[in-house]
Design a binder for this molecule. Structure first.
Ligand SMILES: Cc1ncc(COP(=O)(O)O)c(C=O)c1O
Length: 335
């Protein structure tokens, strides 16, 4: 692990984790609360999924499922694919990543730069209209076709919890010196929030944990509808979610997530991705209820650099979310 005292590290994976916890000073007008953002874009692959990929691979090596000659096949909306592509490259395993058209073209180019073979599903699942179901069906098909192939399955692999219990949440506790009163985490596989909850439970912390979901996602009793933004929300309840019990779930619509991401840049100079925008929108809705002295932590899963052609582009927002720049500016004021 990298630390300020260390100037050299062994290999790129040693730079995973120990991401900064940054105090947000202008997002809220309330001076009686403190908001901290865990900036996961400081991981080498620019997202929290470096932690997950590394934990899945280490668990696979430890239990003997990952060995010489295997091919790895995984479904990803982008970030895990980029992180696993690097892991597989370092270990010499061919990596097949199954993605859908909502994935960021830059993410796909990065996976390919790390030697991944990218498989794009062309249509959503015909019965549900869901892309994730279609991706998982293609993973199954590839597993049957490619000899000695396996999937680490980020949707069911509990090693993901360890990555965030021992990594993300432990670092937050260490940096703050105590447990926060409130934690907001965007959810998809629920690995991040599940690991954070596990760590908080193990140290008997009283933190109120809010899972931030996408409107239209089926997580925790949500009702399926169209979602445009990648990264957060799910079209199928992942197996991991059966072990995860957030204190509260807040659902954020696409345009509010975009407004949240834009506001974060405007107020704090932090360029975060779409799920970070959703977390900001949820946080701002919650702030009026918070008691004086509340200590709040939000996790910002990735960098907005990969979203400059989408959520940070007015033409893209107009074409895909049917909202003009003027209406988006009003949304930002209303958050
Ligand atoms: C940008 C982003 N935010 C949030 C999440 C949700 O994390 P988790 O899958 O651990 O629930 C993901 C997962 O891929 C992500 O890529």
């Amino acid at each position: 692990m990298y630390s300020a005292e260390t100037s050299t590290v062994a290999g790129i994976n040693a730079t995973i984790g120990r991401t900064p916890l940054v105090r947000l000073e202008k997002l809220s007008t309330r001076a009686d609360i403190r908001i901290w953002a865990k900036l996961e874009e400081f991981n080498p692959g620019r997202s929290t999924k470096d932690r997950t990929a590394s934990a899945l691979v280490n668990a696979g090596i430890a239990d003997g499922t990952l060995n010489d000659g295997v091919s790895v096949i995984e479904s990803s909306s982008g970030n895990l694919g980029m992180a696993l592509a690097r892991e597989c490259l370092l270990h010499g395993w061919p990596f097949h990543c199954v993605v859908d058209p909502r994935a960021n073209p830059r993410a796909l180019a990065i996976m390919k730069a790390f030697g991944a073979i990218v498989h794009m599903v062309e249509c959503p699942d015909p019965a549900t209209g869901d892309w994730l179901i279609a991706r998982r069906a293609l993973v199954k098909q590839l597993l049957a076709e490619i000899p000695k192939s396996l999937s680490l399955d980020q949707y069911s692999n509990r090693a993901a919890f360890d990555a965030h219990a021992d990594g993300t949440m432990s670092e937050i506790l260490e940096d703050l010196g105590s447990a926060p009163d409130l934690l907001l985490v965007a959810m998809s596989t629920t690995g991040t929030i599940g690991g954070c909850l596990q760590k908080l439970h193990n140290c008997a912390a009283k933190t109120h944990v809010i899972g931030v979901d996408a409107q239209g996602s089926v997580l925790f009793g949500g009702t399926r509808s169209t979602r445009t933004l990648p990264g957060f929300g799910a079209g199928v309840v992942p197996e991991l979610a059966h072990y995860v019990h957030p204190d509260e779930v807040m659902r954020v619509c696409d345009i509010d997530a975009v407004a949240g991401a834009r506001l974060l840049v405007q107020k704090e100079g932090i360029l975060a991705g779409a799920s970070g925008g959703a977390v900001i929108a949820a946080l701002l809705a919650k702030i009026p209820e918070l008691p004086t002295g509340a200590e709040i932590v939000i996790i910002l899963h990735d960098s907005g650099a990969a979203y400059v052609d989408t959520i940070f582009d007015d033409t893209w927002v107009l074409e895909n979310l049917h909202t003009s720049a003027a209406d988006l500016a009003k949304k930002m004021e209303q958050l």
